[in-house]
Write a protein that binds this ligand. Structure first.
Ligand SMILES: [Zn+2]
Length: 807
């Protein structure tokens, strides 16, 4: 009986709705030609740099060899992490999109070779998971105990979900079935293995993604069982009655989906689930699904969305931290989470046809997503915080953009998402064409009355001017729906989470010109609706009111109280150290400071910056806080951290109270620091920044090291602002025994400068090399303008300093 009910549960809807789909149909990215403007150079870099760079990294890190080894094409064990298969297929998906847009024989051949390895790795019955197939006794991972035994933590279904997406993309781009056949064989095994029937397994993937992949496979093959399978995996979530165990909120597996009301758990998993639910809802008409994702979406935009359009906080398992928890320094905002959120919001538009979903999508694209990739296309952020204090190493241990990560889901997600963005610009329904994003270029849209070409000319997001030229095949009546962004109505996001400061609200009545004549009408679901009989060459012009605006956060967001973010159009701005002598956390922006926009074509790939007069807080001679006027330059958030590691802040204090005061002036803090050698990412300022180490292995504060010099004699020195009488120093050594190759030095000594010559200080020592404490040396009081610390590093090791005090 239970089984019969289950069958009903998962089959109802599919059979009766063969032709049902999203009410709004996206215009595919292959029908959209991106012209000269903001996105074209980024797509070019993605195609020419990132695709090959990611493949090279996949080769260097054994990700590709894993397929060859599982397939018996080469000998060797498993390398990396058990979900690394997914990285390779994600790059294939991105490469396939590039191939669909422009032929590339070299890339096509490369994919053929790679796919042959993947096909070889597939077991006879269709199973594909190299970690398990190689079964390396030296490599233990969740699920070693057997197939499908650890779906909560293992990624068997996650990996192949991405593989299905890649296979469909590759098939559509090249017409080749090589990867598609692998996908079908695997999906058939999954369908046979999981389900309500006799001998089948009732379980769900801990990391969602296969739902989206199965739907794509259904769309290209027409095989309803793939859609049913996606629905099964969704329906079985959070069902204690049907399954032996459930995986909890982290995996959105705490309640049946149709009862869920809040976005919880791992933010990438959540985004993929909600996107997959939207797909299945569109194809089956399941109202319960739609109600659930509507509620969850509202929860996100009301209480959990960062102003840059991303989600997740450190300390919350790469996920949602709860309502109003939007810490800036500890913002996680995984690049993958931004992508998942974008995929979901695009689908919400396709379901409901409302511009507010495109408002969120646009915010993600220009901010929380785009920050994840460097202008050069080969440096990445995994988390995307809204502040950097040069202490919290937010980017998986780094303060800068990284070349790669051990878990490298983000770089390979960017490479597949970026070329698909043109597919989110336009849509159609009935005899209406929709313009959701302002992207220069042209698109062909099929409407019932014939095809229509839309050409956009625009410098968006720097300018609000957009000119759309309409060219129908003949003469035809249809409606053009042009999105009027929420930010023109002072709504940074479609909720009360963020508001524009009262005196900076834009007072603009939505208006547009048709063939030069001004028109205005109430918006419909956020769109200007222009219905007429169109003739070739007709134009629609927008002049969206772009102005710098201070944005305030809902009072419940504690971390943003007393602070403002600054936006202009869809772009969120930040202040970065590079424009302010290194520090920005000491800055505050008084409410009456005017901000002016200025385009700088040569800065950071061409950006519009905002400048104005801010204040810089400091300590006066009496040690009390005071401030000085400071020139403020704000750059688009997405473009930060291209000029070295430095401080950054999105939410600026409005008053001095929240500005960070520089350290108390001491002999050390006012000294000029120099050294014999320094490891690139380290900072010499670590030695005199007055950040107290918790231990010699403290990785949470800035450090200075001589890495990668080992066993050498090295030095650092302080040159004083003016001659000082000094009589002691305290040194806190950096030593990461058990993790890295830095140790306390073998020995050291202290010199002072007299008449340009270095002389040893007069002391009987000792020169301590103890870990986890300050090593103090007193000496005869000496008046000098500089002191130098010389070390002899231990044989095979390097060394470093966390703090060095002088008195
Ligand atoms: Zn990621």
């Amino acid at each position: 009986m239970r089984c019969t009910l289950l069958v009903l549960l998962v089959t109802v809807g599919v059979a009766s709705a063969a032709k049902r789909d999203y009410p709004y149909t996206p215009v595919p990215f292959t029908a959209v030609k991106v012209g000269e403007g903001f996105w074209r150079p980024r797509m070019k870099t993605n195609r020419e740099v990132t695709v090959w760079y990611d493949f090279k990294k996949c080769e260097q890190t054994g990700r590709i060899a894993n397929f060859a080894r599982a397939g018996g094409l080469e000998k060797g064990g498993f390398q990396g992490i058990y979900f690394n298969d997914s990285d390779v297929v994600k790059v294939i998906e991105g490469a396939a999109y590039c191939l669909a847009l422009a032929p590339d024989k070299k890339l096509d051949r490369y994919l053929d070779g790679l796919i042959a390895k993947i096909a070889a790795a597939q077991e006879d019955d269709g199973y594909l998971y190299t970690a398990r197939t190689i079964n390396d006794p030296k490599y233990r991972y969740p699920g070693m105990e057997g197939r499908w035994k650890h779906l909560g933590g293992g990624h068997e279904l996650y990996n192949v979900g991405h593989m299905y997406e890649a296979a469909v993309a590759h098939f559509q781009a090249t017409g080749k079935r090589s990867l598609l056949d692998v996908a079908i064989k695997n999906a058939d095994l999954v369908c046979k293995t999981f389900g309500p029937g006799e001998g089948q397994i009732v379980d769900v993937p801990g990391h969602e993604e296969i739902e989206i992949g199965l739907v794509r496979l259904y769309r290209v093959t027409g095989e309803a069982k793939y859609l049913r399978q996606a629905k099964f995996f969704i329906d079985m979530r959070g069902r204690k009655d049907k399954r032996g165990r459930i995986y909890g909120t982290y995996c959105q597996d705490h309640q049946p989906l149709v009862e869920q009301t809040e976005a919880v758990g791992h933010a990438v998993r959540g985004g993929y689930l909600y996107a997959g639910v939207a797909d299945v809802a569109a194809l089956t008409g399941d109202e319960g699904y739609i109600r659930a994702i509507d509620r969850i979406w509202q929860d996100v935009v009301d209480r959990k969305l960062y102003v840059i359009g991303s989600v997740g906080q450190h300390g919350a398992g790469e996920g949602y931290a709860g309502a109003w928890k939007l810490d800036n320094l500890k913002a996680y905002n995984e690049t993958c989470a931004a992508i998942a959120l974008a995929l979901w919001n695009h689908r919400m538009f396709l379901l409901h046809g409302e511009a507010k979903y495109a408002d969120v999508l646009e915010r993600i694209l220009y901010n929380g997503f785009l920050s994840g990739i460097s202008l050069s296309g080969d440096k990445f952020f995994y988390p995307n915080p809204l502040a950097c204090d040069m202490s919290f190493r937010f980017n998986h241990g780094s303060l800068e953009r990284s070349a790669w990560f051990g878990c490298s889901c983000c770089p390979v997600n960017i490479v597949r998402f970026l070329p698909s963005i043109p597919g989110m610009v336009y849509a159609r329904r009935g005899d209406a064409a929709f313009v959701n994003l302002f992207v220069a270029g042209e698109a062909g849209i099929d409407l019932p009355g014939g095809s229509v070409r839309l050409t956009q000319q625009t410098d968006y997001p720097w300018s609000g001017k957009v000119r759309i030229t309409v060219t129908p095949a003949g003469t035809g009546e249809f409606a053009l729906h042009v999105r009027i962004p929420g930010w023109t109505r002072n709504q940074p996001v479609p909720s009360k989470l963020y508001t524009v400061k009262a005196d900076e609200r834009i007072d603009w009545k939505p208006a547009w010109k048709v063939n030069g004549k001004e028109q205005s009408a109430p918006l419909v679901k956020g769109y200007a609706v222009i219905r007429r009989t169109w003739r070739a060459g007709d134009t629609v012009e927008l002049d969206l009111p772009m102005a710098p605006q201070r944005v305030l956060s809902h009072e419940n967001v504690e971390s943003n109280r007393g602070r403002v973010a600054v936006t202009r159009g869809p772009i969120v701005y930040c202040a970065e150290g590079a424009d302010h002598g290194g520090n920005v956390l000491n800055l505050y922006l008084p409410d009456d400071a005017k901000l002016t926009a200025e385009h700088r074509a040569k800065l950071l790939g061409g950006v519009t910056v905002l400048t104005g007069q801010a204040q810089s807080a400091r300590r006066g001679a009496d040690g009390k806080p005071t401030s000085d006027p400071a020139r403020l330059t704000m750059i688009p958030y997405y473009a930060w951290c291209h000029r070295g590691a430095n401080e950054m802040q999105v939410w600026l204090p409005r008053t001095r109270r929240l500005a960070k005061l520089p350290p108390l002036p001491t002999i050390a803090s006012t000294s000029r620091t120099s050294y014999s050698h320094k490891h690139g990412p380290d900072t010499a300022a670590a030695m005199n920044d007055q950040q107290e180490p918790s231990s010699s292995a403290d990785h949470g504060i800035p450090r200075f090291t001589w890495w990668d010099h080992r066993g050498t004699a090295e030095w650092v020195q302080y040159e004083f602002a003016k001659p000082q009488k000094v009589s002691s120093v305290e040194v806190y050594w950096f030593d990461d025994t058990g993790r890295g190759q830095c140790r306390v030095p073998k020995s050291w000594k202290l010199l002072y400068r007299a008449a340009g010559k270095w002389k040893p200080v007069a002391t009987t020592g000792p020169f301590g090399t103890a870990r986890d404490k300050y090593n103090r040396v007193e000496f005869d009081p000496t008046t000098t303008d500089a002191i130098r610390l010389e070390v002899q590093l231990q044989g095979e090791f390097s060394g470093g300093i966390l703090e060095w005090k002088v008195k």
